[in-house]
Ligand binder design. Structure first.
Ligand code: 13P
Ligand code: SF4
Length: 384
C-alpha cells in the first residue's frame, strides 16, 4: 500500500520555505528532472549527491549514495574526488559531512530549513549546565577513578548539532548512530561507570535494555528542570542517564497499532526503528536502523507481510521495490519527517545550477574549534 503524500499541495508552497528565486518556482516535473540531470552531468565527478532514505523520490533518484546516517558519514569521508558534497538530508547530517570532508571539499544543504526536531532538543548551554550539575550531584564528570575509568562518558546520537558533538568529543565521548549504538555503548562503558546518552532517550533506552541494563538503572535527565529533575541518589544509582529528547515522527507509533496489524495479518511481522518507544520496540519482531529495516524486509521470503515503523517515504519506496511482499506503514496515516521533506527538487536544481555557474549556495561550514572537537567524537566512532 503506497500512501499518498501531499506533493501537489506542497508544490504550491515551495517558495514559502527557504525562498527560491522566482525562476525556480512552478516548474513542471519533466523540466525539473531534465535540468537536474543536465546540471549533474555537467558537474560530473566534481559533485557527489548523498541522499538519506527518508528523502522524497523526486530527489533521491539523483543521489549517488543512498543510506542511513552511518553509511552516509562514511561516504562523505571517502568521496574525496568530489569538490562539492550536496547533502540531501537534514542539517546535522550536512554538518557531520563538513566535519569529515577533505580540506578542498565544500558541503551544501539544499534547504537550510531542513533541520531535525530531535537534534534541536539538546542545546550546548543545556549540556554544559547538565555536566556541571552532575558534578554537583556527586558524579565525577572528567576526573578518572582508581580503575582508570571516568565517572560518566557522554555519548551523542549523530542526530545532534556539531556543538553538542564538540562538547562530547572534548570530554572523552563518542558519537553513535542507530546502526552501531550497541557497540558504541559497550566502548563507552569500558571507559566510564555511567553513560550520558543524548539527545534521544528512546534509542538510549532501547539499546541499554537490549544490552541487559535494568530499567531502574536508567534515569531521564530533563534539561528544562533544575538538576535534570533528579536528586543525587537517583543520579548516583544510574548506569544510564538518558537526555529527555525524542523524535516526533517515531514516537507516533503505538502498541495498539501493532495489535491492530497482528489482528489483520496474524502471520505478519513488525520492524521498528529504535527511535520508537520501548513498548513499541518490545512489541515489534525486529528493530534497527533504516538500512537494517530495508535489508531485513528485502531478505524475507516472498509472500511475507511486514508493518514498518519508520518514515513514510522509506516505507512507500520499499513497497514499490519488493512487490512480492506486502508492506504497510504501522501508522495508517504514515509518518512524515516534515523537515527532511523540505529538500525539494526545486531546491536541488537551484543548488546544482548554481554550482555549474560557479556559485555555492547554502554552504554548511562548522567553525573552529567546534569542528576539531566534534571530529574527535566522530572519528572515535568511525574507528570502531
Ligand atoms: P538512520 O541512521 O537509521 O538512517 O536514522 C536517522 C534518522 O534520523 C532516523 O530518524
Ligand atoms: Fe530527526 Fe525524527 Fe526526522 Fe529523523 S525522522 S530526521 S530524528 S525529526
Amino acid at each position: 500500500m503506497d500512501l499518498k503524500i501531499l506533493t501537489d499541495f506542497e508544490k504550491q508552497s515551495i517558495g514559502e520555505r527557504q525562498p527560491l528565486p522566482e525562476r525556480y518556482l512552478r516548474l513542471s516535473d519533466d523540466e525539473l528532472d531534465a535540468r537536474i540531470a543536465s546540471a549533474k552531468a555537467t558537474l560530473g565527478e566534481r559533485c557527489v549527491i548523498l541522499g538519506h532514505h527518508y528523502q522524497r523520490d523526486e530527489v533521491i533518484k539523483f543521489a549517488d549514495y543512498i543510506g542511513d546516517s552511518l553509511k552516509l558519514s562514511r561516504a562523505a569521508a571517502s568521496r574525496t574526488k568530489a569538490d562539492y558534497i550536496v547533502f540531501c538530508g537534514v542539517h546535522f547530517m550536512a554538518e557531520s559531512a563538513d566535519i569529515l570532508r577533505a580540506p578542498h571539499q565544500k558541503v551544501v544543504l539544499p534547504d537550510l530549513a531542513a533541520g531535525c526536531s530531535m537534534a534541536d532538543m539538546a542545546a550546548p548551554d543545556q549540556l554544559e549546565i547538565c555536566w556541571r550539575e552532575m558534578e554537583q550531584l556527586g558524579v565525577r564528570t572528567d576526573a578518572l577513578g582508581a580503575d582508570g575509568r571516568a565517572g560518566v562518558i557522554p555519548v551523542t546520537y549523530i542526530n545532534s548539532s556539531a556543538a553538542i558533538k564538540a562538547f562530547v568529543g572534548a570530554h572523552g565521548g563518542i558519537v553513535c548512530t542507530s546502526t552501531n549504538a550497541q557497540s558504541i555503548m559497550t566502548w563507552a562503558w569500558e571507559r566510564g561507570e555511567k553513560l550520558l546518552m543524548l539527545p534521544d532517550q528512546h534509542l538510549g533506552r532501547n539499546t541499554g535494555f537490549k544490552m541487559g541494563v535494568p530499567l531502574d538503572q536508567m534515569v531521564v535527565w530533563d534539561p528544562n528542570e533544575m538538576w535534570g529533575g533528579l536528586d543525587a541518589d537517583q543520579v548516583k544509582a544510574a548506569k544510564l542517564i538518558l537526555w529527555k529528547g525524542h523524535c516526533s515522527v517515531h514516537t507516533r507509533f503505538t502498541v495498539p497499532q501493532i495489535e491492530a496489524f497482528r489482528k489483520k495479518y496474524p502471520d505478519g511481522r513488525v520492524v521498528a526503528h529504535p527511535e520508537c518507544t520501548l513498548d513499541v520496540v518490545r512489541a515489534a519482531d525486529e528493530s534497527g536502523s533504516t538500512e537494517y529495516i530495508i535489508n531485513t524486509v528485502k531478505a524475507s521470503p516472498a509472500g511475507a507481510v511486514w508493518a514498518v515503523a519508520t518514515e513514510v517515504h522509506l516505507v512507500n519506496r520499499l513497497t514499490a521495490e519488493v512487490p512480492d511482499k506486502t508492506i504497510v506503514t504501522l501508522d495508517p496515516f504514515g509518518c512524515l519527517c516534515s523537515t527532511m521533506f523540505r529538500v525539494s527538487p526545486n531546491h536541488l536544481l537551484w543548488i546544482l545550477e548554481g554550482l555549474v555557474e560557479g556559485t555555492i549556495y547554502n554552504q554548511i561550514t562548522v567553525p573552529e574549534p567546534t569542528r576539531t572537537d566534534a571530529k574527535l567524537a566522530l572519528d572515535r566512532m568511525l574507528a570502531l
